[in-house]
Every structure is written in C-alpha cells, then in structure tokens.
Design a protein around this ligand. Structure first.
Ligand code: SAM
Length: 163
C-alpha cells in the first residue's frame, strides 16, 4: 500500500493513544534496493534480490548458531507507515476492510514479517533473499523458522503403548 497521509474512501482513522505499553529496540537495519514504496514488492520472494541485514552492537553474539538454519524469520518495523487506520481501502481493489484482515504496512504496531533464505553470513551482517521492505528499515528480531528444541508431543489416546 503506497500512502503517506491520505485517507481513501471508506477508511477510518482512530485517535492515537497518549501513552504506549511497551518499548521496542531496533537491533539493526535492513539494506534493500528499494527507496520508494512504489517500487518495493508487496511480499518478498525467495528468488528476489539479495538484501543485507545489519545487526548492531551489542547484539552480534546473538548470531551464534544461526548458520544451522537456511530459513529465517525476520521481523522489522515499517517505520514510514501511518498507524491510526482501523478500516482501510487497499489501492488494488478499493474494498474497505479491517486492518487485522490485511497484511498492509499500515497498522497500530507496524511490524512486518518475512520468511527469508540465508545466502551468507558476513560478520555481523546476514545476506538474505525474500525481503520486501524499504532501504533503512529498522530490524526488530531474527528467528530460525523452526525451533532448535522441538518439544516432544504429549501422548495421545490411541498411541501405541510400549513396555
Ligand atoms: N512481508 C511483510 C508482512 O507481511 O508482514 C510486509 C508486507 S507489506 C504489504 C510490504 C509493503 O510495505 C511494501 O510493498 C511497501 O509498500 C511497504 N513498506 C516497506 N517497507 C516499509 C517501511 N519501512 N515503512 C513503511 N512502509 C514500508
């Protein structure tokens, strides 16, 4: 959705609360080829351009073990989004929908997520494919796409009993 402060037909903005509940910290910055929302893809592709995730100090040690995972989930802060729309009318069809039924960057907490492919690790930088954010987008988190310690499923009725 390409917008700065426009309100489209059917859209509703809410009053912004005075206080906030939690503080997030930006742990890095994402470098991509896109400087305008007009050219930025709506969703990333695993065969898309290689982008660079730069991790800031003091978080570098947090990358230990990441080489075990080829697929990573990246969370980022869509910092140029407005945050106050509760109803939105996306440009592609103009149909008004609730914010939580859309993956629009316009949301009260503008968190974007993408499942990416790790291409390389260069010191405190990870090169990946699959992103869809503007150059300079703040980084919130990186996780493997699956857990390193998969919990054992509890026994289910009908499971075979072993002596
Ligand atoms: N893949 C993420 C998700 O599903 O949560 C983000 C999807 S969102 C539709 C991607 C769009 O957000 C891009 O096409 C661009 O228009 C917009 N966008 C990307 N980076 C942004 C940023 N830093 N601030 C505001 N909007 C951004």
């Amino acid at each position: 959705m390409v917008r700065e402060n426009e309100i489209r037909s059917g859209e509703v903005a809410v009053e912004w609360p005075v206080s906030t509940d939690a503080g997030v910290i930006f742990i890095g910055r994402i470098h991509t080829p896109w400087t305008s929302r007009l050219e930025c893809p709506r969703q990333g592709r695993l065969d898309g351009p290689v982008c660079r995730i730069e991790l800031f100090a003091p978080w570098h040690k947090g990358l230990a073990g990441i080489e075990e995972y080829e697929r990573l989930e990246v969370l980022y802060w869509l910092h140029r989004s407005r945050r106050d729309l509760v109803l939105q009318s996306p440009r592609n069809d103009g149909i008004t929908r609730g914010t939580f039924s859309l993956r629009s960057p316009v949301r009260p907490n503008p968190i974007g997520t993408a499942l990416v492919k790790r291409v390389a690790i260069e010191g405190s930088n990870i090169l990946v494919q699959g992103l869809d954010c503007l150059d300079g987008t703040p980084l919130l988190d990186i996780k493997p796409d699956r857990c390193a310690f998969t919990p054992l499923a509890p026994p289910q009725p009908g499971d075979e009993q072993t002596a």
